[in-house]
Design a protein around this ligand. Structure first.
Ligand code: NAD
Length: 377
C-alpha cells in the first residue's frame, strides 16, 4: 500500500500544511495510508487528534513520519533534513519554487527522488481542481485587502452619519490575475471605490464586470501583451514609460494601492517607484503581494510595514499563510486531485508518463532536473 507522508513545514513563517484532515480522508478512501508528523497542522487549526480521527497515523518525529514513505507532500520545498530522511525513489510534491530554489531540486535529484512542482501544473480545464497557484493567490488577494484595511487609519465604505460624511477609500489594484481579481472583489465588498490596471487587455472586461474602473495605456503593444498561456509578457521601455506617467497621476489620488504583478520565472516588475509612494497622501497604504519575488513597490520589505512620509508599505511574504486554515484546505484538495493522476485504482503509485499534466509538472526524475524550463538555468 502506498504510504503518503505529510511533515511540518520547516520554513519560517509557514503556517500552512499540505493536507487537512478532510483531504486525508479522501486519500485513505482512495486506498493509500497517510502519516502526519505531530503538530504539522497546528498553524492551520488542524490538531493531531483530527488527523488521527480521519485515519492518519501521527508520527512523533520527522524520521518516523518519513520512514518508508513513498510520497512526501509539502507546501514549500523540503528542507535538507527532510530530503536526507527520504527513501530512495520517493516522490515529493509541493510548491517547490523551481526557478528560485534550484538547490532543493539538485538535492532531490542527488537523493534519487522524483519531484513534481505544483506551480507547473498547466492551466487547462482538466487541471483546474489541481491549480494551487490559483487557490492560494485567490486567498492572498482577499487577505491583502484585509491587511490594508487594518493599517489604514480610515474607513473603507462611505458612511453618512449625523456627525458628517466619511468618504469611501479609493483602492487601486495593480496586476489583475487571480489575486488581483479577488482583491478587487473584496475591496468592493468593503465599499471602496476601486480601480485597477494590468498589461493584459483581457483583464479590462474582468475589471469592469466587478464594478471597478480600468486604468491603462491601451496601445497596440498592450493589445498583444498576453502569451498563449495567458500570462503577461515583459513590456517595452516605451510602454513602461507611458504607463508610468498615467499611473503617476492616478496613484497620487489613491488611499490604498495593492500590487500583485508577476511574470513567471522572472523577478516581479517594479510598478511603483519611491517618488510615486512619496506623492501619496499621509495615511495611505500600499500592500505588495510580490514582495517575495523582488517586489512591485520600491522600498517594500518582506514581513515589515515600512513607513515613509506617513505612507505605509506593507510587505507580507506569505499572505495565504495568514489565512492558513482555508489555504491548507484548498491546497490539500489540489494535492489530492493531483494524486488522482499518480495513484491507480488500487492506491498504488502508477503515474502515466504520457499524462500532459504530470509531464508538465515533473521537475526531478532519474537523478536529474528534467523540466525544459529549468534546463538552461
Ligand atoms: P500572475 O500571478 O502570473 O500575475 C499577476 C498579474 O500581474 C497578471 O494578471 C499579469 O498580467 C500582471 N502583470 C504582470 N506584469 C505587469 C505589469 N508590468 N503591470 C501590470 N500588471 C502586470 O497571474 P495569475 O494570477 O497566475 O494569472 C495569469 C493568467 O492565468 C490569467 O490570464 C488568468 O486568468 C489565467 N488563469 C487561468 C486558469 C485556468 O484556465 N485554469 C487558472 C488560473 C489563472
Amino acid at each position: 500500500m502506498t504510504l503518503i507522508a505529510v511533515t511540518k513545514e520547516r520554513r519560517a513563517g509557514e503556517t500552512r500544511v499540505a493536507l487537512t484532515p478532510d483531504a486525508v480522508k479522501k486519500l485513505i478512501a482512495a486506498g493509500a495510508s497517510v502519516t502526519i508528523e505531530a503538530g504539522a497542522g497546528a498553524g492551520a487549526a488542524a490538531p493531531d487528534a483530527d488527523y488521527a480521527a480521519a485515519g492518519a497515523t501521527v508520527a512523533k518525529t520527522l524520521a518516523a513520519a518519513l520512514k518508508g514513505a513513498d510520497i512526501l507532500l509539502k507546501v514549500r520545498g523540503p528542507s535538507p533534513e527532510e530530503i536526507a530522511a527520504l527513501k530512495a525513489g520517493a516522490l515529493v510534491i509541493g510548491l517547490l519554487n523551481p526557478h528560485q530554489e534550484r538547490a532543493t531540486l539538485d538535492a532531490l535529484a542527488a537523493k534519487g527522488a522524483a519531484a513534481y512542482a505544483m506551480e507547473f501544473v498547466p492551466r487547462i480545464t482538466r487541471a483546474q481542481v489541481m491549480d494551487a497557484l490559483s487557490s492560494q493567490a485567490n486567498l492572498a488577494g482577499y487577505r491583502a485587502v484585509i491587511e490594508a484595511a487594518e493599517v489604514y487609519g480610515r474607513a473603507m465604505p462611505m458612511m453618512m452619519t449625523a456627525a458628517g460624511t466619511v468618504a469611501p477609500a479609493k483602492v487601486f489594484v495593480m496586476g489583475v490575475g487571480v489575486a488581483g481579481l479577488q482583491a478587487i472583489a473584496t475591496a468592493r465588498r468593503l465599499g471602496a471605490v476601486v480601480s485597477a490596471t494590468d498589461v493584459r487587455a483581457a483583464t479590462k472586461e474582468q475589471v469592469e464586470s466587478l464594478g471597478a474602473k480600468f486604468v491603462a495605456v491601451e496601445d497596440e503593444e498592450f493589445k498583444a501583451a498576453e502569451t498563449a498561456a495567458g500570462y503577461a509578457k515583459p513590456m517595452s521601455a516605451e510602454y513602461q514609460a507611458k504607463q508610468a506617467a498615467l499611473v503617476t497621476e492616478h496613484i497620487k489620488k489613491q488611499d490604498i494601492v495593492i500590487t500583485t504583478a508577476l511574470i513567471p520565472g522572472r523577478a516581479a516588475p517594479r510598478l511603483v517607484t519611491a517618488a510615486q509612494v512619496a506623492s501619496m497622501k499621509p495615511g495611505s497604504v500600499l500592500v505588495d503581494l510580490a514582495v517575495e519575488q523582488g517586489g512591485n513597490v520600491e522600498g517594500a520589505v518582506a514581513d515589515k510595514v515600512v513607513e515613509t512620509g506617513g505612507v505605509k508599505i506593507v510587505g507580507v511574504a506569505n499572505l495565504a499563510g495568514r489565512i492558513a486554515a482555508d489555504a491548507s484546505a484548498l491546497y490539500g484538495r489540489n494535492l489530492s486531485a493531483f494524486l488522482g493522476l499518480i495513484l491507480d485504482k488500487a492506491g498504488a503509485v502508477a503515474p502515466d508518463p504520457e499524462d500532459e499534466i504530470l509531464k508538465a509538472a515533473l521537475v526531478v526524475s532519474g537523478g536529474a532536473i528534467v523540466h525544459p524550463a529549468l534546463a538552461a538555468a
